[in-house]
Design a protein around this ligand. Structure first.
Ligand SMILES: [Fe+2]
Ligand SMILES: [Fe+2]
Length: 134
């Protein structure tokens, strides 16, 4: 295993203490990992496009579920949290558009940006939901 292999690995310190949310975060990391492997392997545009779509769909689903959870428990920071989700979705959709137009936007830097965003968001925002529930 080289360093890159572990770049998108889930880490126990990412846990927010909610099994359902943690499982979805793990899945997001696993899609990023597959995307990275696919890029490294020089997979076709179609194949990468499929995984990118999966990432977008799953991210949207996760955000919806997380927002529903915040609503259910009466989490006070829902609006601000949702705004962060919306901004990320917009960014990823823009990226997808450029990718479809043949722009070489999908680089390791983009994957690292997504991973950093996710890690920071989980640690600073999602963790607060976990703490609120507890
Ligand atoms: Fe979130
Ligand atoms: Fe999340």
């Amino acid at each position: 295993m080289d360093a890159n292999t572990n770049l998108f690995a889930w880490c126990q310190s990412f846990s927010i203490g909610d099994e359902f949310v943690d499982a979805q975060h793990k899945h997001l990391f696993s899609i990023l990992f597959r995307l990275h492997r696919s890029m490294d392997a020089g997979d076709s545009q179609e194949l990468i496009e499929g995984t990118l779509n999966e990432l977008i769909d799953y991210t949207q689903r996760h955000f919806r579920d997380e927002e529903a959870l915040m609503e259910r428990v009466g989490y006070p920071g829902l609006a601000e949290h949702k705004a962060q989700h919306d901004t990320l979705i917009e960014k990823v959709e823009d990226m997808m558009e450029e990718f479809m137009e043949g722009e070489p936007v999908l680089t390791i830097e983009v994957l690292i940006f997504l991973k950093e965003w996710l890690t920071t968001h989980i640690a600073q925002e999602d963790a607060r939901i976990g703490a609120f529930i507890a």
